[in-house]
Design a binder for this molecule. Structure first.
Ligand code: NAD
Length: 463
């Protein structure tokens, strides 16, 4: 490695160019701080744009179009059997969706004078980062650094074998082919979203989940309609089952499903969670500390680590590992560094599973309210009674509200149904701003819309 002669001095050095990193960098620049972003990829977007949220949602859109076209037969419209051309589909996802957004981010960085440095950032101490890229080494001296290095897919011992037929979410998003038989390991966000994509494109999907239900931890009332749907579109769902081991046998993958014997597949997707990318950053040369479980960087409500010069945001700081949490944290850090009063003290972080139907929630669910000793009142509005749901042939949804019985405040909302991911925005605003159930009930909601289900559920709570 040769030493470059550049030693830059900046106000803020951000390590990692994903949603947390670029949100922090853009806001820092807007607030007058000289800011650079160091990213191994030398481009902004991170896992969210290049191997996560965005490409998966593009493919889920394709899945939705296919399933809407199939559903249209119910009202007498038959488009015939779809023909899928993988090359144009990959190109559309890569160029028109991901590429366009990546160019947009590069443009914003340029306009805000945020330099994006390609390379791996490694801390030498609490004021210096070394940027490693091939044999070039550049040093950055900073007043503050923000670590936003995100997460990566977890592997499974004995299962994550070295075979191109065994994919993580990144590989699955590349759409290498449409396998005839796909084994999905993990019934969480990724397993269900990517399983939906591959099932829509024509794969026979077998999903294996080790706990006794899909989406562990999510309200069962919300999961039920999704379970009914995936029961139809997946070839099989094995709950309470672990994959003990897999082997490559010729051009097939043989999997040992505990208690169910052996089955063969053409490809496997391992989606058993993500883990923090906090290693190899040289953090041991600083005062920042990691949590014992999960190796997350420990931060306080201002996203400060134990090192006064170093902050951290996003997946590397823990759950929930969601891009929008990272973005909010990034903006909070920028405000803090600019000397403004700010804290990451949001009450509600919405979560959306972009399946069909979508599941979305924010705040506390019924079980969480109970375990926190809150006297809760719950209301469930079935979409069977929604005019709008009937007009789109989707009466299978549900809107569920949880309120604090004593204060009358809305403390949690769960929605399952098409568009739940958009509908949750109103609910999040209501929970975040401590709206009363009465406020939601008395707010005029346009008719006929699915948003009325929130108003109706609130009216039910008032009795
Ligand atoms: P996840 O935590 O959502 O689900 C992993 C699932 O795998 C769990 O249900 C778990 O019980 C199961 N599992 C673990 N070990 C297993 C084993 N040996 N055999 C069978 N099942 C096993 O994780 P994910 O789906 O990999 O997603 C990772 C994270 O990425 C999510 O937690 C989320 O934060 C984020 N993500 C979010 C979105 C979104 O916002 N829509 C989409 C994708 C991913």
């Amino acid at each position: 490695m040769v030493m470059g002669d550049l030693v830059d001095e900046v106000d803020v050095a951000v390590v990692g160019g994903g949603p947390g990193g670029y949100s922090a960098a853009f806001r820092c620049a807007e607030l007058g701080l000289e800011t650079v972003v160091i990213d191994a990829d030398k481009r902004l977007g991170g896992a969210c744009l290049f191997e996560g949220c965005i490409p998966s949602k593009a493919l889920l859109h394709v899945a939705a179009v296919l399933s809407d076209a199939a559903r249209a037969r119910e009202f007498g419209v038959d488009f015939g059997e779809p023909r899928i051309s993988l090359d144009p589909l990959r190109k559309w996802k890569q160029e028109r969706v991901v590429g366009k957004l990546a160019r947009g981010l590069a443009g914003v960085a340029k306009a805000k004078k945020v330099e994006v440095i390609g390379g791996r950032g490694v801390f030498e101490d609490s004021t210096t980062l070394r940027v490693e890229r091939g044999d070039v080494l550049r040093k950055i001296r900073f007043k503050h650094a923000i670590v936003a290095t995100g997460s990566r897919p977890s592997g499974l011992p004995g299962v994550t074998i070295d075979s191109e037929r065994v994919m993580d979410s990144t590989a699955a998003l590349e759409l290498p082919e449409i396998p005839e038989r796909l084994l999905v390991i993990g019934g969480g966000y990724i397993g269900l979203e990517m399983g939906t994509v591959y099932a829509a494109l024509g794969s026979r999907v077998t999903l294996v989940e080790m706990t006794d239900g899909l989406l562990p931890g999510v309200d069962r009332d919300l999961v039920q309609p999704l379970q009914r749907r995936v029961d139809k579109i997946f070839a099989a769902i094995h709950l309470g089952t672990k994959v003990a081991a897999i082997r490559e046998v010729g051009s097939e993958i043989e999997a040992d499903l505990e208690g169910r014997g052996t089955e063969r597949f053409d490809r496997v997707l391992v989606a058993v969670g993500r883990r923090a990318q906090s290693g190899g950053l040289g953090l041991e040369a600083t005062r920042a500390r990691l949590t014992e479980r999960g190796g997350f960087i420990q931060v306080d409500d201002r996203c400060r680590t134990d090192d006064p010069r170093i902050y951290a945001v996003g997946d590397v700081t823990g759950e929930p590992m969601l891009a929008h949490r990272a973005m909010r944290q990034g903006k909070v850090v920028a405000e803090v560094l600019a000397g403004r009063p700010a804290a990451f003290d949001n009450v509600a972080i919405p979560a959306v599973v972009f399946t069909d139907p979508e599941i979305a929630w924010c705040g506390l669910n019924e079980a969480q309210a109970e375990s926190q000793g809150v006297e809760a009142k719950v209301s469930k509005f079935q979409w069977a009674a929604s005019g709008r749901a009937a007009t789109i042939g989707r009466s299978d949804g549900l809107t569920k509200l949880v309120a604090d019985a004593r204060s009358g405040r809305l403390i949690g909302v769960g929605i399952v149904g098409p568009g739940a991911g958009e509908l949750i925005a109103e609910a999040t605003l209501a929970v975040e701003t401590a709206a009363l159930v009465e406020d939601v009930a008395a707010t005029i909601h346009a008719h006929p819309t699915l948003s009325e289900t929130l108003m109706e559920a609130a009216e039910n709570l008032l009795g």
